[in-house]
Ligand binder design. Sequence first.
Ligand SMILES: Nc1nc2c(c(=O)[nH]1)N[C@H]1C(S)=C(S)[C@@H](COP(=O)(O)OP(=O)(O)OC[C@H]3O[C@@H](n4cnc5c(=O)[nH]c(N)nc54)[C@H](O)[C@@H]3O)O[C@H]1N2
Ligand SMILES: Nc1nc2c(c(=O)[nH]1)N[C@H]1C(S)=C(S)[C@@H](COP(=O)(O)OP(=O)(O)OC[C@H]3O[C@@H](n4cnc5c(=O)[nH]c(N)nc54)[C@H](O)[C@@H]3O)O[C@H]1N2
Ligand SMILES: [Mo]
Length: 736
Amino acid sequence: MSVGKILIQQGELIEGTRAVFEMNQENKGYDCPGCAWPDDRKGLKMDICENGIKHVTWEMTPKRVGPEFFAEHTVTELSTWSEFALEDAGRLTHPMVYDAATDKYKPISWSDAFATVARHINGLATPNAASFYTSGRLSNEGTFLYQLFARELGTNNLPDCSNMCHEASGRALAASLGTGKGTVDMDDWHKADAIFLLGVNAATNAPRMLTALSEGVKHNNLKIVHINPLVEAATGSTIIPHDIMDMLLFKATPISSMIMQPRIGGDFAIMRGFGKYLLELAEHDATVIDTAFIQKYTSGFDDYVAACRKTTWEEIERESALSKQEICKAADIYRNAKSAIIAWCLGVSQQQYGVSAIREIVNVLLLRGNLGRLGAGPCPIRGHSNVQGNRTCGIHHRPSEAWLAKMDEATGIRSPRQPGLDTVRTIEGMLDGSVKVFMGMGGNFAIATPDTERTFAGLRNCDLTLHVSTKLNRSHLVHGREALILPCLGRTEIDMQKSGPQKISVEDSMSNVHLSNGLRPPASEHLLSELAIIAGIARATMPDSRIPWEDWVGNYDLIRDVMANALTGFENFNTRVREKLGFRIQQPARELQFLTPTKLANFSDGALPDTSLPPGRLMLGTLRSHDQFNTTIYSDDDRYRGVKNLRTLLFMSEADMQALNLDNFDLIDIESFARDGTTRKVTEYRAVKYDVPQGCVFGYMPELNVLCANIDYSRESDQPAMKQVAVEVRPHKAST
Ligand SMILES: Nc1nc2c(c(=O)[nH]1)N[C@H]1C(S)=C(S)[C@@H](COP(=O)(O)OP(=O)(O)OC[C@H]3O[C@@H](n4cnc5c(=O)[nH]c(N)nc54)[C@H](O)[C@@H]3O)O[C@H]1N2
Ligand SMILES: Nc1nc2c(c(=O)[nH]1)N[C@H]1C(S)=C(S)[C@@H](COP(=O)(O)OP(=O)(O)OC[C@H]3O[C@@H](n4cnc5c(=O)[nH]c(N)nc54)[C@H](O)[C@@H]3O)O[C@H]1N2
Ligand SMILES: [Mo]
């Protein structure tokens, strides 16, 4: 029913339905532009979900935002529109340039747009005064061109949405296992005896995961443990998102063995508790830990044992807000599983101690040799559909020497070695004037990032801001002295170049690379592909570039041939990506080869921090509703959480509401406290009673990014701690 409503709302009942049948097909249709969950590889003919359909039809809307639209609305007026209204206006059709005299965007030719960018970049004292952001939808081929352009220019300033997403996962896994990625694949999900899910709202953000979970329960007696301060929908039972019969009959499969509700940031403590308990048991029962595995493949075990001994149960109970008994009960499920997967998403990564928590997850896996064999291993759940491929193909502000050297050799450029700026530092750079040109390759930097007001000030302080986008969003309205909107083809559209229609490739959360093929006519004849836009800018900026940009854009196979030499794991790229299901990039850690300095898997032995707040303060976690994709808001409802028509809300425990004398839906003001002593505030939110632990409150991103101080990034990952913001809540006082 929900899907039907979306198709009707977008006026796409016929075409939308057809498009749904073209999605996620074995190398024929296009890859769903929603989340990065892998397609089921067992020949499933329709591996789709409600939210994927929303993302696709949102791109397919018949509405258009062309020169006439911009002639009618000043930027000042558009700034009063909601995020929903801006994107709902339709697809961008023409390249546009901001005209300060009229406060309107007006059309510009592609060649003039490229020349404008070139003029700004070539006028900079250093290429490091430009910063090139990516959102995780860009294809592998587009990514490769984008990083090549930035590096030929001479900068590693390649911030991306990953800096706010799974940076902590990449850092933790690299330190522990010598890989930035998870090691498991769908086979493992099907064969695991136990799966631990930490900090993910699967029913909304990776709905197709529910298929794997319910099949595991039905066929494999899978045990599932959910660890989340909020008891999310589909934690207890699920209806498989594409099983029409189950959907029609409302037939739910139970998918939970245990639900744990820790306080925010409690995952590190829970995992430490698992380790402590298992090590205690192991003193009397040799089967509890895999000593042979530990001896052969790991380093740092003794220090880890010492750290577990030193951590008291009191500390573990305080940090997790769970009892020892409950933690041991979950640890028993882990111990009794022959093979176990631990999976996590933003609830774990967007924390001050996210890296420590994820390393602790790996510690627990190593204890029982849950690595490098069927049904076992660590599994970060990635966000954007190609965010993992972006990293693989070079979006990294701190690339390794080995990666750069291989890429340089394959392309003939000489990359800069100085580390570049990430998202947090790009914002600071714009504010202090050291970053003068900002380019957004997709995404919505202005409001996806923390500290909305300071980020706005930073963007306004730039000489030039330019965005390659499909739809109008806030980042076009909060702009530099000069500003460009460059409209591009969407993933569902035919990408016609000199040598014919082109395909691009993406990498999912489990390292599978496969082709995506747009099948619909473009939204406008003036659109260019993202690759053509990058090439156009590159050529205009570097007329003497040694890269044959024009030839490459004429035939993406030529780009893939170079990528095959530049990227480990992409050998014979053009051939292998055309196989029925594409290919999986080899994962050395999965083969128990660890590219760490010790050549072993490293235990970590960090102390458990004390993250308790002074009295009166609450910990805020920002999250997504069911009806949004990051900054794209489809409606103000949050169906699974029972919310209608309200986004300015704060989910609070009954106890915290009582302490503040609040009734359900009372108006409140929320103030946040950054570590540098500054405060930030939102007013007239609504307190909504919800089953969350006392001391923890939750509300929606991107609205609450206003409260996230840029300075409060995690010192372990440099990632903004968007799920750990210290706040005070007060009844709203009407200003007099
Ligand atoms: N429909 C839809 N799908 C999406 C997206 C979308 O916006 N809409 N976004 C995509 C992107 S880019 C990403 S990164 C992913 C995000 O996927 P999620 O990580 O599921 O995203 P959030 O909505 O931020 O939810 C975080 C979850 O962590 C829980 N949590 C908060 N704090 C803690 C904690 O301290 N410990 C634990 N264990 N849990 C905690 C919250 O209750 C919530 O369930 O989804 C991707 N898929
Ligand atoms: N407080 C708080 N903040 C957060 C988070 C949080 O949990 N809490 N989560 C963070 C996370 S995990 C992420 S990933 C970021 C997301 O940050 P971003 O990736 O920057 O934001 P999106 O909302 O995904 O970007 C949406 C825009 O992308 C453009 N777009 C859509 N499709 C295409 C395409 O095919 N090509 C191009 N070029 N453009 C396209 C459209 O113009 C659309 O307006 O937000 C982060 N911000
Ligand atoms: Mo993300």
